[in-house]
Design a protein around this ligand. Structure first.
Ligand SMILES: *[C@@H]1O[C@H](CO)[C@@H](O)[C@H](O)[C@H]1NC(C)=O
Ligand SMILES: *[C@@H]1O[C@H](CO)[C@@H](O)[C@H](O)[C@H]1NC(C)=O
Ligand SMILES: *[C@@H]1O[C@H](CO)[C@@H](O)[C@H](O)[C@H]1NC(C)=O
Ligand SMILES: *[C@@H]1O[C@H](CO)[C@@H](O)[C@H](O)[C@H]1NC(C)=O
Ligand SMILES: *[C@@H]1O[C@H](CO)[C@@H](O)[C@H](O)[C@H]1NC(C)=O
Ligand SMILES: *[C@@H]1O[C@H](CO)[C@@H](O)[C@H](O)[C@H]1NC(C)=O
Ligand SMILES: *[C@@H]1O[C@H](CO)[C@@H](O)[C@H](O)[C@H]1NC(C)=O
Ligand SMILES: *[C@@H]1O[C@H](CO)[C@@H](O)[C@H](O)[C@H]1NC(C)=O
Ligand SMILES: *[C@@H]1O[C@H](CO)[C@@H](O)[C@H](O)[C@H]1NC(C)=O
Ligand SMILES: *[C@@H]1O[C@H](CO)[C@@H](O)[C@H](O)[C@H]1NC(C)=O
Ligand SMILES: *[C@@H]1O[C@H](CO)[C@@H](O)[C@H](O)[C@H]1NC(C)=O
Ligand SMILES: *[C@@H]1O[C@H](CO)[C@@H](O)[C@H](O)[C@H]1NC(C)=O
Length: 395
């Protein structure tokens, strides 16, 4: 995951790209008829143009997989796929986007999108944020529900995918109204990604929407290496465990915080719920909602409940970051309880790091050495997760 590790490893192998991930050779575009030659045996191939492909849509390839513990790979050719993807199977699944450069997410050639959103004005009690999502990794709808109340949706008996991986795919919820991308904050929850009751990791992938772009919910664990998350209101939220390394957080608007996390001390053993960022950067999205002033207005997070846990490590912060850093939920309902609400910064840098303006009654600033010792990937997941690719390198 880390560049230094990759450079060392690259000296040991001859192929120029093999060190970027176990799948880099499979992902490189090949002459017609040869695309699968360097892919894992049994790889399903999706393409809108290549006659060699067995599937024209990603969802039809997913539907063709057995619902068991067997391990599968799907390779997706360049194109724009207007689809909703649900991964409900238990066994390992890897979805690869064909690309010239797996390390550079800006070169991604595979785009998946849909446009559904929840209208919070007309939302009924049977509707949930889970009903307007582009990619869901979760065993069933009940397990993916955000739900209400301090603990969210009720506990489910079943665990979904034990090891979902995705490389170099852009996932966007365009939240359009009558066919026009709305670019305002009034569409409501419109997620690109949901992960719940599943272990999932993403390499050089991007997730874009407006409100509530990315959700890691109950019994969900997710790791993001490289890539980008783009959104406006509370755009990274949840109550599972999410760990981001080398990810660009691109704000399109100023609602809520970049993060809104909910916690419970009752939920996990060694796995520590919360959202963690390392070596990441916070920037203004190139396509912000019109007429918002991002500068100084993007809070690092606000507490969805008072057991919220958010840690930023070695992160580059542009001037869009609110000088106070983290904020309360709202004036009438602050949801802050000292030392229970757990907001940490360590090694922040850039114009958005204002050590004298931060609200230290909400957050703590700790030394980089302490953060490294307490909040590494292994610390957070109770050992290095077996379902994470440690060899992937991002630019
Ligand atoms: C699944 O298959 C891939 C490709 O063959 C392999 O690299 C990976 O280790 C397998 N994963 C599991 C959990 O068996
Ligand atoms: C690939 O899979 C096919 C059938 O699934 C099998 O017959 C073949 O032996 C496998 N090849 C390798 C190299 O594992
Ligand atoms: C995609 O979004 C549209 C709304 O734009 C929705 O009507 C449609 O049902 C969604 N597709 C799926 C498969 O859910
Ligand atoms: C796979 O099986 C689980 C039950 O074990 C179920 O919840 C899930 O919906 C199934 N997925 C598919 C695609 O049938
Ligand atoms: C899967 O997709 C459909 C929309 O096509 C949605 O209604 C359903 O709740 C989704 N989620 C799960 C986890 O199956
Ligand atoms: C924390 O929030 C819960 C509800 O989520 C509430 O019952 C409890 O009183 C709060 N505690 C404090 C100290 O604010
Ligand atoms: C996570 O899922 C497993 C398997 O379904 C279940 O035993 C466990 O209670 C769940 N844990 C939480 C915190 O939901
Ligand atoms: C999911 O990941 C957690 C943390 O790494 C691990 O404890 C758990 O066993 C994994 N679950 C499955 C079903 O692989
Ligand atoms: C939400 O519903 C209200 C009431 O029907 C409507 O006025 C509004 O335009 C809807 N908003 C969106 C973004 O669809
Ligand atoms: C943005 O501001 C300009 C100038 O005040 C105004 O003309 C325009 O209608 C505004 N656009 C939106 C979407 O509010
Ligand atoms: C919070 O923790 C700090 C450092 O451990 C301690 O000094 C402080 O007294 C604690 N505050 C509360 C309200 O427990
Ligand atoms: C700092 O946080 C406290 C809650 O601990 C809150 O009451 C206060 O309003 C915050 N300060 C500012 C300037 O927002």
């Amino acid at each position: 995951m880390l560049r230094a590790l990759a450079i060392t490893t690259s000296l040991l192998v001859s192929s120029a790209l093999a060190w970027q991930s176990p799948y880099a050779d499979c992902q490189l575009p090949r002459p017609q008829g040869q695309q699968l030659s360097l892919c894992p045996n049994g790889t399903l191939y999706v393409s809108q143009t290549d006659p060699q492909a067995g599937y024209g849509s990603i969802s039809s390839a997913i539907a063709a997989l057995p619902n068991d513990s067997s391990n599968h790979t799907i390779l997706v050719g360049p194109g724009s796929y207007h689809e909703v993807l649900n991964v409900t199977r238990k066994g390992p699944l890897t979805i690869l986007g064909i690309t010239h450069d797996p390390a550079d997410y800006t070169a991604n050639l595979v785009h998946v999108w849909n446009s559904s959103y929840i209208n919070q004005t007309t939302q009924t009690s049977s509707q949930d944020n889970a009903d307007a999502v582009v990619l869901t990794v979760s065993p069933n709808r009940a397990a993916s529900l955000v739900g209400s109340g301090p603990l969210g949706a009720p506990l489910q008996p079943e665990f979904g995918c034990s090891d979902f991986k995705m490389y170099n795919i852009d996932v966007a919820n365009r939240a359009t109204i009558n066919g026009v991308e709305h670019k305002t904050s009034d569409t409501g929850p419109s997620a690109a990604l949901f992960v719940a009751y599943a272990n999932a990791s993403f390499y050089g992938c991007t997730f874009a929407s407006y409100q509530d772009t990315l959700y890691v919910g109950r019994n969900g664990s997710a790791v993001f290496s490289g890539g980008e998350v783009r959104g406006s209101t509370d755009y990274i939220y949840g109550f599972g465990t999410a760990y981001f390394e080398g990810t660009t957080l691109a704000s399109r608007g100023i609602g809520g915080g970049i993060t809104a996390w909910k916690g419970s001390t009752q939920w996990y053993g060694p796995n520590t719920f919360g959202v963690y960022f390392r070596d990441s950067k916070i920037v203004a999205a190139p396509d912000p909602i019109p007429n918002v002033t991002l500068t100084h207005n993007c809070a690092l997070g606000r507490p969805w409940n008072n057991q919220s846990r958010v840690v930023y490590m070695d992160t580059d912060m542009s001037d869009i970051v609110n000088p106070q850093g983290f904020i309360i939920w709202s004036a009438s309902d602050p949801r802050v309880f000292p030392n229970v609400t757990f907001f940490i910064e360590s090694g922040s840098r850039g114009p958005g790091w204002n050590p004298s303006s931060r609200n230290y009654s909400i957050e703590s600033s700790i030394p980089a050495s302490q953060a490294k010792a307490q909040y590494s990937l292994s610390d957070v997941f109770g050992g290095f997760p077996s379902w994470v690719d440690s060899t992937y390198v991002y630019n």
